[in-house]
Design a protein around this ligand. Structure first.
Ligand code: IYR
Length: 228
């Protein structure tokens, strides 16, 4: 390594048995997570959202530029504005305005098992929306000019950690990606060099909430891994 300033690094030590048990416990907990599309209006404490965003902010990322910004939205007015703009995009996507859908037939076919449509009431019902922005430029000083690196990878990992923390805290989430999402930058007042990546909807499942059977069908280890 080239000369640079360092600090000591250590993490908790576990036996092999403990490692296996802890990995399996975490896996089993994450197996309970589903994308939720039916939210109640039950509140979630702001402190939960704060801690989850702080957890996301620890994600490994390009050159430690931390190229993300999270806008936590609980204002009814702002949620309504986001719902209105998102549903407009979704109606064009699904072809619910009379025009041909922006989505291809194949894409709509792939979505048919999920039962989604342009109606997104959860954008108003759920207590929190977290709008996630990826900073194409800015560096650690957020100067809007310095090149950032591995932006999508970095913010993708951060979103995974955000969702994991929220799940562990007992919250339901939905990663929602109306496309295009330019409206989110305007509504949230974010700068041009930030790209809206997704909306993470956070709350509690409504009474009688369901998930599509399709969503429960996860590929087994043997299919998603190769061991060399
Ligand atoms: N953004 C749309 C469509 C959609 C696309 C995919 I890929 C999904 O996994 C789910 C939905 C919507 O939210 O309905």
């Amino acid at each position: 390594m080239k000369n640079h300033e360092t600090l000591p690094y250590a993490i908790p030590k576990f036996s092999d048995e403990e490692k296996i048990a802890r990995a399996r416990a975490q896996r089993d907990s994450l197996k309970q997570r589903r994308s939720c599309r039916y939210f109640s209006d039950a509140p979630v404490p702001r402190e939960v959202i704060e801690a989850a965003i702080e957890a996301a902010g620890t994600a490994p990322n390009g050159a430690n530029h931390q190229p993300w910004h999270f806008v936590a939205i609980s204002s009814a007015e702002t949620k309504a504005a986001i719902r209105k703009a998102a549903e407009e995009e979704e109606r064009a996507f699904y072809g619910e305005e009379g025009d041909a859908p922006k989505a291809s037939d194949k894409w709509l076919e792939a979505l048919s098992d999920l039962g989604t449509d342009a109606d997104k009431p959860f954008l108003e019902t759920a207590p929190w929306l977290i709008a996630v922005f990826a900073q194409r430029k800015g560096g650690i000083e957020e100067d809007g000019e310095t090149q950032n690196y591995y932006v999508n990878e970095s913010v993708g990992i951060a979103c995974g950690m955000l969702i994991t923390t929220l799940h562990e805290a007992g919250c339901a989430t939905l990663t929602h990606t109306p496309s295009p999402m330019g409206f989110l930058r305007n509504i949230c007042g974010r700068p041009e060099y930030e790209k809206p990546l997704m909306i993470v909807v956070v709350g509690q499942p409504s009474e009688g909430a369901t998930v599509p059977v399709h969503a429960v069908n996860k590929k087994p280890l043997s299919q998603i891994s190769t061991w060399l």
